[in-house]
Design a protein around this ligand. Structure first.
Ligand SMILES: Cc1cc2nc3c(=O)[nH]c(=O)nc-3n(C[C@H](O)[C@H](O)[C@H](O)COP(=O)(O)OP(=O)(O)OC[C@H]3O[C@@H](n4cnc5c(N)ncnc54)[C@H](O)[C@@H]3O)c2cc1C
Length: 443
């Protein structure tokens, strides 16, 4: 892309306009009044914004689909750049088995374009609303112990840094492992190149088992192509799912609608009532049977109503004990963990800030209904979960809420200082560092 090439077909933007604009994330818990929200149409316009004195003084954040629970965008008072019209596949290279895609493309759009061309990404997250740059920013993972995070599938990136330069980072550059999980603070990602695999279908099987039984045999999840389970809190029930490639034709869903399960599970009822609802939901979900679907669609979960969430990645070897400790905490404290606890697995990768760096990890995700008016209702339960999982060598998901300090995290990330050096080299004034990231990186 040349300097003057268009980023989007949208309206031209001048950097002089300051129209205070409200922005909030998907759950509504992160909100603020931005100084302005801009959708630049060309790389030159983008560079103009990044070099603008006022924008630099108050800070700049790029927004994706806003599906992070953590305050990564930190909208208040800053210039927000929305690249969601900068989307589409740039090129599929069947010889190299790669796809290059514009940063504002959603995962859903990318998956559809790849499927139409006979390809797929090697792994998928539970939703596909995110932009590709947003997903990669936070080491978004999928559901396979044989595959790394989405960030690990990036083989090249183009990024406009705070000095206005466009840098192309490829597999020959040591910085690639830094850029893979960029947290939005290295610059504006313009496009990304991912490895791809031939398109295929998955046969997904869902069944109900007791949680103690699942935890006793957790090693079975080392071998699955894709899989995981949900523990239904306030019960001893787990719903296990596994998916493997198949040539069978697609089949309709045999299970109960996700919306029904969601209504039974996403509540903040007292433990006894929640337990009864969860038990009924587990019985219904456990009748799910088998279904054959396009690979990316098979790995999607039903999108819950707005929730807040915390998630930790713990080494596979510690996972069963970590979940047992969580169960004890829920029983002991009557902790109002409402939605089913989502457990999945990811292969080790090499990204400097990946929670799965150099260890096959088990992701343990807990959500709670988001109540913007009374945040304390979700803060306390999620903080209790955070305390339990931290003790099992856990690393929190960058996009979810946690209460860890930069110092604590630095001790869990051997390449923390290397990322800091890269960030300071590319953005010495901290233009892309919002309040949450500033607390982590500069205290
Ligand atoms: C219901 C739900 C399900 C989820 N499921 C999973 C899951 O299965 N696995 C998992 O690991 N995570 C999951 N997540 C987390 C989600 O993948 C991350 O929050 C992801 O970062 C969201 O992408 P986004 O496009 O919404 O980015 P945003 O939340 O808008 O932004 C995230 C970060 O990316 C930066 N950014 C965005 N675009 C650019 C760009 N072009 N250049 C530079 N920086 C940029 C932002 O500044 C910010 O720092 C889930 C979240 C929700 C709400």
């Amino acid at each position: 892309m040349t300097d003057a090439s268009r980023l989007t077909p949208g309206p031209a933007v001048t950097t002089g306009e300051h129209r205070r604009t409200a922005w909030s994330n998907w759950s509504g818990a992160v909100r603020g009044i931005a100084d302005r929200l801009l959708a630049p149409g060309t790389t030159d316009q983008l560079r103009e914004i990044v070099l603008d004195d006022t924008a630099r003084a108050h800070g700049i954040s790029v927004v994706g689909s806003g599906h992070s629970y953590a305050n990564l965008v930190a909208p208040s008072g800053r210039t927000l750049i929305d690249l969601r019209e900068h989307r589409g596949v740039v090129a599929v290279d069947p010889a190299a088995m790669t796809v290059t895609v514009k940063s504002g493309t959603t995962m859903r759009e990318l998956n559809r374009e790849l499927a139409a061309a006979g390809f797929a990404l090697p792994n998928q997250s539970a939703i596909d609303e995110q932009t590709v740059a947003g997903a990669v920013a936070t080491a978004t993972h999928g559901s396979s112990p044989r595959q790394g995070t989405l960030s690990s599938h990036v083989v090249a990136a183009r990024i406009l840094t705070a000095d206005g330069q466009v840098r192309t980072i490829t597999q020959d550059d040591p910085e690639l492992d830094g850029v893979r999980v960029h947290l939005g603070c290295l610059g504006v990602v313009l496009d990304l190149t991912f490895t791809i695999v031939p398109g295929h279908r998955l046969r997904k099987v869902v069944l109900r088992r007791s949680l103690p039984d699942v935890l006793a045999g957790l090693d079975e999840f080392r071998e699955v192509h894709f899989g995981g389970f949900w523990w239904y809190p306030h019960t001893s029930q787990a719903i296990v799912w596994k998916a493997a490639p198949t040539n069978e034709p697609p089949t309709p869903s045999p299970g109960p609608p996700g919306a029904l399960l969601s209504a039974l599970c996403n509540n903040s009822w007292p433990p006894r009532a929640a337990g009864a609802a969860h038990y009924a939901a587990a019985l219904a979900a456990g009748r799910g049977g088998a279904q054959v679907m396009r690979c990316d669609e098979a790995l999607l979960h039903h999108l819950p109503p707005p929730v807040q969430g915390t998630e930790y990645s713990v080494p596979f070897e510690r996972a069963a004990d970590a979940i047992r400790a969580l169960v004890r905490e829920v029983r002991r404290g009557g902790l109002r963990v409402c939605a089913p606890v989502d457990v999945r697995f990811t292969a080790a990768d090499t990204a400097w800030l990946s929670p799965s760096r150099q260890a096959t990890t088990c992701h343990i995700g807990v959500t709670h209904p988001a109540t913007a008016r009374d945040p304390q209702r979700w803060v306390a339960p999620l903080r209790a979960v955070d305390s339990v999982l931290w003790e099992f060598e856990g690393r929190p998901h960058w996009a979810k809420v946690h209460s860890r300090t930069g110092q604590e995290l630095a001790a869990r990330y051997p390449e923390w200082d290397r990322f800091q050096d890269l960030r300071r080299a590319w953005d010495p004034d901290g233009v892309f560092l919002g309040s949450h990231l500033r607390e982590l990186f500069e205290r």
